[in-house]
Design a protein around this ligand. Structure first.
Ligand SMILES: [Zn+2]
Length: 282
């Protein structure tokens, strides 16, 4: 084993450290196959001896990085592995409620790497088959000297505040009473702050200032990075665009709607931070 600095939690590295022990994270059809009896502090991880019964069904292996300094590999399993009685399947979305940030990040990476490899089999310039690089997570076309990396699409998500109120919005496809923050993809050439100004203005016609970064979260459905902000409103009138947003209003912090996202999701974290900050001032 090489001597190296160990990051706590998950270290997303394409290179193994060749540790004596190894953890397996099993993915089946975009879901995570986890041991019924967790054997590590990260309940998704499978040790090598338990993974033996899954070996036969393994179709692809990729290095994920390290968990607490120990090498982790994602195994993509064929559907027959569902029958393995010591394991159960968990939807990636469900991990948002049960896994901590580090474990969730690791599961996101596993699913995203497999999905990215599947979708980058051929070079977009010459059409030849691409090959996986041995030194990094990249799909290479040597004749064109092109590398394709896992695609991550940045999105801003913002809670606009106005004193004791914050702006909550509902998308047309959501059930009545469900509200969250505003969100949207960055356009090419934009900074995240510019995207906040534009998205808020386009979706609800409000201008903002004092944009404050709060945090970010991987959102692997299929490959977003949610970058969360709080921003203060400069204007008050709401004009919903009727396409991405069907309903929006200034909500008092003591009177949140029945359905807002939990704080494990970035939208919920932003709402909670706003409520905590306003409550602290009272
Ligand atoms: Zn090419």
């Amino acid at each position: 084993m090489q001597s190296t600095q160990v990051l706590n939690g998950f270290h997303a590295s394409p290179k193994p450290l060749n540790t004596d022990k190894k953890w397996i994270l099993a993915v089946l059809d975009g879901q995570i196959l986890v041991p019924r009896k967790p054997i590590a502090d990260n309940s998704m991880l499978i040790d090598q001896s338990s993974a033996d019964q899954l070996k036969f069904f393994c179709q692809r292996r990729l290095w994920l990085g390290q968990w607490q300094g120990i090498d982790c590999q994602v195994w993509e399993l064929s559907a027959e592995a569902k029958a393995a009685s010591d394991f159960k399947l968990i939807e990636l979305r469900n991990l948002l409620f049960t896994a901590d940030d580090q474990a969730f990040s690791m599961a996101c990476r596993a699913v995203q790497l497999l999905d990215w490899q599947d979708k980058h089999q051929f070079c977009g310039t010459c059409g030849l088959a691409m090959e996986g690089s041995s030194s990094e997570h990249a799909m290479r076309c040597e004749p064109c000297n092109i590398s394709n990396y896992p695609r991550i699409s940045p999105c801003i998500i913002v809670v606009v505040t106005r004193g004791e109120h914050c702006l909550l919005a509902r998308q047309p496809s959501w059930p009545e009473g469900r509200f969250s923050a505003l969100a949207g993809f960055l356009e090419a050439g934009e900074s995240a702050e510019q995207a906040v100004h534009r998205e808020v203005f386009e979706e609800v016609g409000v201008e903002v200032t004092n944009i404050r970064y709060v945090g970010s979260q991987s959102w692997p459905f299929p490959g977003q990075l949610m970058i969360g902000f709080l921003a203060e409103a400069v204007t008050e009138n709401i004009l919903v665009d009727g396409i991405e947003i069907s309903e929006a209003y200034w909500c008092h912090y003591r009177d949140l709607p029945h359905y807002v996202p939990p704080p494990t999701i970035m939208g919920g974290r932003l709402i909670k931070q706003f409520v905590d900050e306003v409550s602290a001032e009272q």
